[in-house]
Design a protein around this ligand. Structure first.
Ligand code: ZN
Length: 272
């Protein structure tokens, strides 16, 4: 089994899992780049997993379903191109011989879901720590759409800071080695902000240098891992003293978990 990010638009990755014959794709905002990979590698698309209703995540769903007959899965609480199988927390998807658990992660949108696969069969992927050497492993997989990014999180278009914090807490509690497949290559701009929040975080400084090199070579910084995000992502670190203090410089009223999170999110929205 292989995990590949198919680049689309300016900075999206349409994540694909395939075994040389069958394929699954997550959030296909555009059908064309997915169709190219299916054709080049003679793959049959079986399943389409959708995390939320934004156009850059669903734009290619109808065309791919029509062309391949793939089964579509998506959040029960959002408008996804029908027909699709509506899902919410506690549901499971069996696809490509893998079991994906559905996690409700409201915040970026009201009905956003994530897909977690605890024990995939060995899956080959490239990662920021092995950009040239594909890594074959059975580490868990997470497809989290626009909820968690490397060193960042999605904007709160439909949810509250309390909802987003609770959603990120669920993802942060997944196993540390989980491969986190986010939809956007926002890592470098997120890191500029993260370094403004925690300029002395040594893990952050080292990770930033690593990601700058990867992007100079036009390589993805993803997937990331829960372990790394706990070290570098200000939105998973809002209970750390350094992040709390920085939040209070931005908003003196920030005092508890939710107001600190809200302050960091607001600061990021304005950050240039
Ligand atoms: Zn979105």
């Amino acid at each position: 089994m292989k995990l590949i990010p198919i680049p689309a638009f300016a900075d999206n990755y349409l994540w694909m899992l395939h075994d040389g014959k069958r394929a699954l794709v997550v959030d296909p905002g555009d059908a064309a780049p997915v169709m190219r990979v299916l054709k080049d590698q003679a793959l049959q698309l079986e399943s389409i997993l959708v995390t939320h209703h934004h156009a850059d995540h669903i734009g290619g769903v109808d065309a791919l379903r029509d062309a391949t007959g793939a089964r579509v899965y998506g959040p029960a609480g959002e408008r996804i191109p029908a027909p699709y199988e509506p899902l919410s927390e506690g549901d499971a998807v069996h696809a490509m011989g893998l079991d994906f658990q559905v996690i409700d992660v409201p915040g970026h949108t009201a009905g956003h879901i994530a897909y977690y696969c605890a024990a995939p069969t060995p899956v080959t992927s490239f990662s920021a720590s092995s950009p040239d050497e594909p890594e074959m492993s059975d580490k868990p997989l997470l497809f989290c759409g626009d909820t968690l990014f490397s060193a960042g999180c999605g904007r709160l278009f439909e949810g509250t800071p309390a909802q987003m914090l609770a959603s990120l807490d669920k993802l942060a509690a997944l196993p540390a080695q989980t491969r986190v497949c986010c939809t956007h290559e926002y890592t470098l701009s997120n890191l500029r902000f993260a370094l403004a929040v925690e300029p002395h975080n040594a893990d952050l400084i080292a990770y930033n240098a690593q990601c700058v090199k990867l992007r100079e070579r036009d390589q993805p910084t993803l997937p990331t891992s829960i372990a790394r995000e706990l070290l570098v992502n200000p939105f998973l670190r809002t209970r750390q003293a350094t992040v709390k203090t920085a939040a209070m410089h931005f908003d003196a009223a920030a005092h508890d978990d939710i107001s600190v999170f809200a302050a960091i999110r607001q600061w990021k929205n304005q950050f240039k």
